[in-house]
Write a protein that binds this ligand. Structure first.
Ligand SMILES: C[S@@+](CC[C@H](N)C(=O)[O-])C[C@H]1O[C@@H](n2cnc3c(N)ncnc32)[C@H](O)[C@@H]1O
Length: 204
């Protein structure tokens, strides 16, 4: 098992990597293609980081809450919210791995590149179902199975991506319906291509 990554430190330069900004745009496009977003919906973005995905989803939802365990990441999100004047984004500090959950009910829960930092995923997906309204959607974007070469710093990386079969099985085992997996993006790094999958499902 690897140690926890220092995301507070990473937050200082997180948005300076164009690859991350592009990936967030690709993930949001994929979510918009798979999920019928509504401005009557409340969203929750788990492992929101600096809000690269959260802030792009905000105009298509009534509200969105960014959840993260890193104060540094949430500080960066708060700075961006303040500068842009966006009114429908809030944030909460929670460590999902420690079982800390948000309050409220959501029509959509998203996650971008966070699952591979969580050791036990099925208990988390099961718990999150209770926070989805009837028919609510979950949209999980993460690396497809890779050989371990993606992360330059392997600390806090507990999974080398996921196959579509694994994502489908995890969601179905946790009681989600209508599971669908698509390729949301392909990250080019060190002359290698790393596909990113988007798994969507609903809770009834
Ligand atoms: C790879 S970053 C992705 C950030 C953002 N979603 C993006 O696409 O730029 C993973 C994020 O998950 C957060 N994270 C990792 N473990 C977590 C946990 N146990 N609970 C809540 N957030 C967590 C980290 O702090 C970090 O911001």
């Amino acid at each position: 098992m690897t140690e926890k990554r220092n995301f507070d430190l990473a937050a200082l330069v997180w948005d300076e990597e164009p690859r991350r900004v592009q990936l967030a745009m690709d993930i949001v496009l994929a979510i918009k293609s798979s999920v019928p977003l509504s401005t009557e919906w409340d969203g929750l973005d788990i492992g929101c980081g600096t809000g690269l995905v959260t802030l792009q989803l905000a105009p298509f939802l009534r509200n969105i809450t960014g959840l993260d365990s890193s104060c540094g990441m949430l500080d960066k999100l708060a700075e961006k919210v303040k500068i842009s004047g966006i009114k429908n984004v809030r944030s909460v500090l929670r460590d999902l791995a420690a079982g800390e959950m948000p309050e409220g009910k959501y029509h959509l829960i998203t996650s971008a590149m966070t699952l591979h930092h969580i050791t036990e995923i099925e208990p988390l997906l099961s718990s999150l179902r209770a926070f989805l309204s009837h028919g609510g959607w979950i949209a999980l974007a993460d690396l497809a199975t890779e050989d371990g070469s993606f992360h330059d710093d392997p600390s806090g990386v507990f999974h080398h991506g996921f196959s579509a079969t694994e994502l489908t099985a995890m969601l179905e085992n946790c009681g989600y319906s209508h599971v669908s997996v698509t390729t949301a993006a392909i990250i080019g790094k060190n002359e290698k291509a790393y596909p990113v999958l988007l798994a969507t499902a609903q809770a009834f």
